[in-house]
Design a protein around this ligand. Sequence first.
Ligand code: GLN
Length: 491
Amino acid sequence: MASQYNLQMTASPGTIHEAAQALNHSDTTSVAICQSLIARSAAVDARINGFVALDHDAVMKAAEASDRRRAAGNALSPYDGVPVAVKDNISVTGQGCGCASKILSGYHATYDATVIDRLRNAGFVCFGRTNMDEFAMGSSTEHSACGPTRNPWDTRCVPGGSSGGSAAVVASGQAIAAIGSDTGGSIRQPAGFCGVVGLKPTYGRVSRYGLVAFASSLDQIGPITNDVRDAAILLEVIGGHDPRDTTSLPDNCGGFHKALDNVSIRDITVGVPREFFDVDGLTPEVRSAVESAVGMYRDAGCRIVDVEIPHLKYAIAAYYIIATAEASSNLARFDGIRYGARAGDGDDLLTAYLQTRKNGFGAEVKRRIILGTFVLSSGYYDAYYLRAQKIRTLIRNDFEHALAQCDVIISPVTPAPAFKLGSVTTPLEMYLSDIYTVPVNLAGICAISIPASADGRALPVGVQLIGASMAEVPLLQAAHWYHSQREEHAS
Ligand code: GLN
């Protein structure tokens, strides 16, 4: 498998829980962990381009402060000192928050996102800003003003997107874990392409305060990690009610990590949605990865049931109408006056707006703003936007019905594994690859992508598990069991 194109780690820097244990036993320090990740990054990131910024001084300062707290017996949590990479659309005070866009060059966040607040309160160290598709619009991290990120398993291939940087830095051993955002698959799909774990929590579980909005009714922040336990740990830290986000759910977020200790897998019912296997372009290796996962659950004594998601075929169309409509409104704030770069300075106001947006946004972002403005325009609102919202309700009902019959639904993450950079040439072809991930965001429920097997070219293939609203416990339990079995097989 090793080749000049493969930068996957032979010795991974481990997991959050392993790092925490080593720190708690004084076997290592936060400074030592961060130094080794920085060294790894210096060795490989020129070929991956997973980070858009990695401020060594800020990292080392935070690591030293953590080590001092531990030495004084004042660790903020068991995880104090563990570094986590952060996607470039999440605000960290004083750091660039460019969303991989020219329009935000020079902009520095003036406050911490709630997830950052919570990570810092638990002692986590913010470790660099990860690359992404501009404003989280894309499935390959090729649409970044900072240049494309590459897949550590094969640098000729894309890492997926839009959180491609987050997935790639974890997969290439430059970070122990990372935070991403998922509007239509942007955590799960890159995790699948890079062979790591990606969790999209239930809509409202994790505060969006401080996340640069793409499509507010779909966006959700979540973790990209080396195993399911780490995903549970991070969800517990970053999740829970936040009065600063009006869509935040009232519940606090707890018990996920403990729930993984004694999983009785036999009690879990797995739903298999037939429609998901009739999708055009579903490759044999992806199909067989999912089928063999179903077989593993069956052999372990799980009940396997057929379920239906009859409106799946409308999901992509509905998503790209709703997401672009919301994006066209959310991105109106980038006018050169309030944030980042300004063009046409000295001209009249309208020229400044026009020049700033013309120069600042990339082609994909412009395409979406135009499409979103069109579907919201008065003549077409009923024909497109309203219909898409109706489809959204039907899809939500489909999942509610299906998830009343099982604990988790199993599906592919994408129809095919990672593709070569530049090989997907039309936007529509790119959009169609989101078929398995966008329905979950439309329904507002939770899902996780777990590495399953490598295909013939040694690229990872993921499997997706989908759970009901707020049903992260059975979701994580089923995922943890499967992932642990895979690891045992591999070792
Ligand atoms: N690929 C999808 C899109 O381009 C999803 C992006 C996301 O989840 N941020 O919109």
